[in-house]
Ligand binder design. Structure first.
Ligand SMILES: *Cc1c(COP(=O)(O)O)cnc(C)c1O
Length: 415
């Protein structure tokens, strides 16, 4: 008995989540989560909620793909479902340019590995049938890299991240989709960081047959809910014909929860996993918020506020190397080079959650998920400038905030 330990109730402080993700979940989403009644996964409103989520998700993705639904878990849960169609021995070309596409590449190598490949290197298999095309951190994956690789290898599958959050770079989705079509390749895309931020419709990219995103970034539904996925009929035909080595992330079996079977919408409600009514209610509200904001307006708002942050940190002497609109990835001024982690730690100690890059080179990442207001950006800029000054940057805070005010005023006048 004496070694049983009951810890005090866990208290988690409110932080300013100003990193690549997760973003601050909207109070409406949290209220939906907390106010849902206790109901099992077969209760009529829970089932109706899942069907309505499915329909809203199709609008968020911009698709008529019937196989559009949520996979319970984090972004990598949706990605695991997406990659489940890749079987041992399949030829794959994977383009990577940072932390997350790198981890996707690892997932792909695990799926495509033979038993021999796996036992030779269980945590990092290197099957010869997977070609990794590594684009340096800080650069985008472009047509010049994509087309020759697909023309040369003629793989069955190709993979790319749409927005690589590790380095803050947007990759050329148009070139990827076109090259997949041209070379008869099945394209798979990690849209974890772009869905709910960028204004795009996946049906405009027919070379891509499978997509996966996450609950915590653009969709903003962290109370761990659903990773949105969408599959074309072409993708589904592959899984129908060849199967996959997963029960829980099986694209056909998972779709049944959401009322999708045999390529069409059917009544929801056949058991194989216990969905949470709380999660369904939260996810439903997050999707409603996304649609109420409007895809085009939301994309414009992100671009507008990202530019404000970019100009402010540039005025502080930082060099921005990213081009995503939800995140700024920067090099500190030369005099502070090498102190990135120290700076980030100091901010995090004050509940100001910014991030370093997770792979080399070390840079600082500041995100604006759900921080779309002048007040919120000013708060982020002020706190970052104060932290910079503590390590001796000597920034004139008044002139930085004045510049920020000027930016917002100028744009308001132009509207
Ligand atoms: C955040 C992110 C992931 C991982 O998402 P989790 O929710 O942490 O599992 C994967 N890919 C990209 C591009 C991301 O930005």
């Amino acid at each position: 008995m004496s070694n049983i330990r009951i810890f005090p109730r866990l208290e988690i402080p409110e932080t300013l989540a100003a990193g690549p993700g997760p973003g601050n979940t909207d109070a409406r989403v949290l209220a939906s989560f907390a106010n849902a009644g206790l109901a099992d996964h077969m209760q009529a409103d829970v089932l109706r909620g899942m069907v309505e989520c499915k329909e809203m998700l199709r609008t968020v993705w911009g698709t008529r793909n019937v196989y559009t639904f949520g996979v319970g878990g984090t972004g990598f849960s949706g990605l695991d479902c997406l990659f489940s169609a890749i079987l041992p021995g399949d030829e794959v070309v994977a383009f990577t340019n940072g932390t997350f596409s790198g981890l996707d590449g690892l997932t792909i190598r695990m799926k495509a590995a033979s038993r021999e490949d796996l036992s030779a290197n269980p945590l990092d298999p290197r099957p010869a049938n997977v070609t990794m095309v590594v684009v340096p951190h800080g650069q985008s994956v472009t047509a010049e890299v994509i087309d020759p690789a697909l023309a040369d290898r003629k793989p069955k599958w190709a993979f790319m991240a749409h927005w690589e959050t590790g380095s803050g770079r947007i990759n050329d989705l148009r070139a990827f989709s076109d090259a997949c079509e041209r070379h008869g390749v099945l394209g798979l895309v990690d849209a974890v960081s772009s869905l709910g931020i960028e204004d795009f419709d996946i049906d405009d990219f027919p070379g891509v047959v499978g997509w996966a995103s996450c609950p915590q970034k653009g969709v903003l539904c962290l109370p761990l809910t659903y990773a949105p996925v969408s599959f074309t009929d072409r993708y589904i035909d592959e899984v129908k014909a060849n199967g996959c080595y997963s029960y829980v992330h099986h694209p056909l079996l998972e779709a049944r929860h959401w009322g999708i079977a045999d390529g069409k919408d059917v009544p929801a409600g056949s058991y194989h996993r216990t969905h949470s009514g709380y999660a369904v209610a939260a996810f439903h509200e997050a999707l409603r918020i996304n649609l109420q904001h409007g895809k085009a307006q939301k994309a414009r708002d992100y671009a507008h506020h990202e530019r404000a942050l970019r100009e402010a940190v540039s005025a502080m002497g930082c060099e921005v190397t990213s081009n995503m609109t939800s995140l700024v990835v920067l090099n500190l001024p030369p005099s502070l080079a090498g102190r990135e982690k120290e700076l980030v730690q100091a901010c995090r100690a004050r509940n100001f959650g910014i991030w370093p890059t997770l792979s080399e080179p070390v840079q600082v990442r500041i995100g604006i998920l759900n921080q779309l207001s002048e007040a919120a950006i000013t708060e982020i800029v002020t706190r970052f400038a104060a932290a910079m000054n503590e390590v001796g940057a000597g920034i004139n805070l008044a002139s930085v905030t004045e510049g920020l005010r000027g930016y917002y005023k100028k744009l308001m006048a132009a509207e």
